[in-house]
Design a protein around this ligand. Sequence first.
Ligand SMILES: NC(=O)c1ccc[n+]([C@@H]2O[C@H](COP(=O)([O-])OP(=O)(O)OC[C@H]3O[C@@H](n4cnc5c(N)ncnc54)[C@H](O)[C@@H]3O)[C@@H](O)[C@H]2O)c1
Ligand SMILES: O=P(O)(O)OC[C@H](O)CO
Length: 325
Amino acid sequence: MKIGVIGAGAWGTALAQVAAHGARPVRIWARDPAVAEAINTTHANPLYLPNIALSPSIEAVSDPAAMAEMDALLVVTPAQAVGAVLATMPVGSKPLVLCSKGIEAGTRRLVGEVARAIHPGAPIAVLSGPTFAHEVAAGLPTAVTLACEEPDLRKALSARIAAPHFRPYATDDVTGAEIGGAIKNVLAIGCGVVEGAGLGQNARAALIARGFAEMTRFGLARGGRAETLAGLSGLGDLVLTCSSTASRNFSLGVGLGQGRSAAELLADRRTVAEGAFTAPVLRQAAAEAGVDMPVCEAVCRLLDGAAVGEVIGALLARPLKAEGT
Ligand SMILES: NC(=O)c1ccc[n+]([C@@H]2O[C@H](COP(=O)([O-])OP(=O)(O)OC[C@H]3O[C@@H](n4cnc5c(N)ncnc54)[C@H](O)[C@@H]3O)[C@@H](O)[C@H]2O)c1
Ligand SMILES: O=P(O)(O)OC[C@H](O)CO
């Protein structure tokens, strides 16, 4: 199976490195020709994945037509760009493995739903889990969820993507796998705020647990399964992203907690902090589904510029309730 990777940011490049394990050929599409040039000539992507020597069997291109020869495509652009990028790609009936984490603004569609609408003939899979790109690219042990409804394709993709340090766990719950990855980014911003404002470790653990309850409520309402939400793509990724300044979402939250504005913090970045885009869409989607998500709502308010003390105070002052609700 010839693997193509769409998107040459940190995660696309790390996944290309995994797929190139054993010197297998992999083709990666970069929007920026300079990134493609760097990968081909220096076997490195200094802009998005510095200090990692890439396999020479990774070939970079910047013409979408060059992806036509691939057997399966990993989609790894920022979530808000998936629709526009996929519309330019020669997909046909090639499987699309969605690796981006988010919900599309305006339509409130998960990335898999965006892909299905543009390429209805392409089977869909989702790869998601606790995966800092620089660790995966450095060959550190990592496990992910690989979701696909078609058993034969699920098996084939798992076998092709697995490597000695990279272990996929299979499921047919595509929706559940997508929702965990999208929502954990919003919750990670909240945990970063707790860190930045010096609110303590107890508060961070409480936010992870109550945030997981929100993720589960929303995931079940959208048709995901509880076991998936409690797995690598849900709870696993939530714990990782809510615990480390290596997370772009967590570090955005740290800045907010220190009193800086979202606009100022986002203007400083080349790389994507998906939670900032997902939060307002999630707020709308939760209202539409009738799901109560007070922690995610608090993150929206903080991104909109509300004061940390006021937002945390309001969260704590809500009427007392039973834990399972
Ligand atoms: N970095 C990680 O550790 C990691 C791990 C798992 C999943 N993800 C997810 O993968 C996706 C990509 O993240 P990343 O870390 O590779 O991002 P990144 O910020 O490192 O790189 C983004 C890439 O997308 C390109 N890009 C930006 N805007 C674009 C547009 N409008 N159209 C086309 N291309 C565009 C950039 O040129 C760049 O190549 C995100 O949804 C992220 O949540 C990231
Ligand atoms: O740096 P972040 O916050 O985008 O997180 C990266 C990955 O999604 C972690 O699994």
